[in-house]
Design a binder for this molecule. Structure first.
Ligand SMILES: Nc1ncnc2c1ncn2[C@@H]1O[C@H](COP(=O)(O)OP(=O)(O)OP(=O)(O)O)[C@@H](O)[C@H]1O
Ligand SMILES: [Mg+2]
Length: 259
C-alpha cells in the first residue's frame, strides 16, 4: 500500500497523567526529546479509539483544519514500574507495544465560547467535519477544542465513526443525520453550505486511501469479518466517502443549547 506512515518514537519517561481526560491520557517524553500526549491501547475502548484518532486527525489535517501532529509511540511497560498511582501503572502495564502520541501544545487553553470568537466560516468547516465523522464529542459541555497561539486546534477524535463498533450495520449507521444542536460551535452561525462546497470535493477515494494507510497495521488485525488489514482500511473509507457528498443536507441545528 503506498503512502506514508506516522513517525514512530519510543517513550523514555512517563511525566504525568492528564487528569481531565476520561481515558487517562498521559504526558510522556520520547527518545526524540519531544513531549507527547499519549493515548494508550490498554485504555477503555482500546485500539479502536486510537484508530479513530488517526483517521480523523489525518483527515482533518488534509482538509486544512488544525490538529496536533500524530506519531506512534513504542512503550516498554517497564517505564511505569516506579509509578505510584496504581491506575496509571495498570494502564502502562497493559499498553506494551504501539500507542498513539500527539504533539503537546504547551500552554494551550480549553476553548470557551464566551471568551473566544469563531468565524462562521471556520465554525462551518469544523461542524461539517464533525458531521462527516459523526463526532459526538464536541459539545459545549466538552468542546475538545484548544486555543493555542490564538488559533483553534481540534483534539480528541476517539468517539467518532460509531459504525466501526458494528461493521455489518455500518452502511445504515452512516446514512443517519447529524444533530449539531449541542455542538460547541453551533452558537457561531456555522456556514455549513460554504464548508460543504469547499470540503466535500476533497474527500476522494484516493485521499481516504492515503489517510487509512496511516493506521498502524497492528491495530487492524483480528477484526471479525475481515481477512486483511487492507480490507479493514477500505471499510473505514467507505462510510466517509458515502457521507461526504450529502451530509450537509442532514446536519440538524435546532435550539442552540449553549447560550
Ligand atoms: N495535544 C494536546 N496539547 C495540550 N493539551 C492536550 C492535548 N491533547 C489533550 N490535551 C489536554 O488533555 C485533556 C484530555 O485529552 P482528551 O480530551 O484527548 O482525552 P480523553 O481521555 O479522550 O478525554 P475525554 O473523554 O474526557 O474528553 C484535554 O481536555 C486537554 O486539556
Ligand atoms: Mg476530551
Amino acid at each position: 500500500m503506498p503512502g506514508k506512515m506516522l513517525n514512530e518514537v519510543t517513550a523514555t519517561r512517563y511525566i504525568t497523567p492528564l487528569r481531565e481526560g476520561g481515558s487517562l491520557p498521559g504526558l510522556v517524553e520520547a527518545d526524540d526529546l519531544g513531549t507527547y500526549v499519549m493515548k494508550f491501547t490498554g485504555a477503555g475502548q482500546g485500539r479502536k479509539t486510537l484508530v479513530a484518532e488517526v483517521v480523523c486527525g489525518e483527515l482533518a489535517r488534509r482538509l486544512g483544519l488544525r490538529v496536533p501532529g500524530l506519531v506512534t509511540i513504542g512503550l516498554d511497560p517497564v517505564i511505569g514500574l516506579g509509578e505510584p498511582d496504581e491506575e496509571v501503572q495498570e494502564l502502562l502495564k497493559s499498553s506494551g507495544g504501539l500507542n498513539l502520541g500527539m504533539d503537546f501544545l504547551s500552554r494551550a487553553i480549553g476553548f470557551d465560547a464566551l471568551a473566544h470568537r469563531v468565524s462562521p466560516e471556520e465554525a462551518g468547516k469544523i461542524v461539517w467535519f464533525d458531521a462527516l465523522v459523526n463526532n459526538v464529542d464536541r459539545s459545549w459541555r466538552n468542546p475538545n477544542l484548544l486555543v493555542w497561539q490564538g488559533d483553534l486546534w481540534l483534539i480528541d477524535h476517539g468517539a467518532t465513526m460509531i459504525w466501526h463498533h458494528n461493521w455489518p450495520g455500518a452502511p445504515a449507521s452512516a446514512a443517519r443525520p447529524y444533530d449539531a444542536s449541542d455542538h460547541a460551535l453551533a452558537p457561531f452561525g456555522p456556514d455549513i453550505a460554504s464548508a460543504a462546497a469547499q470540503l466535500a470535493p476533497l474527500i476522494t477515494g484516493e485521499l481516504l486511501a492515503e489517510v487509512t494507510a496511516e493506521i498502524p497495521e497492528v491495530w487492524l488485525t483480528d477484526e471479525p469479518g475481515f481477512d486483511s488489514a487492507d480490507a479493514l482500511r477500505r471499510a473505514y473509507a467507505e462510510p466517509l466517502l458515502a457521507r461526504a457528498a450529502t451530509i450537509h443536507e442532514r446536519i440538524e441545528i435546532g435550539e442552540v443549547g449553549a447560550k
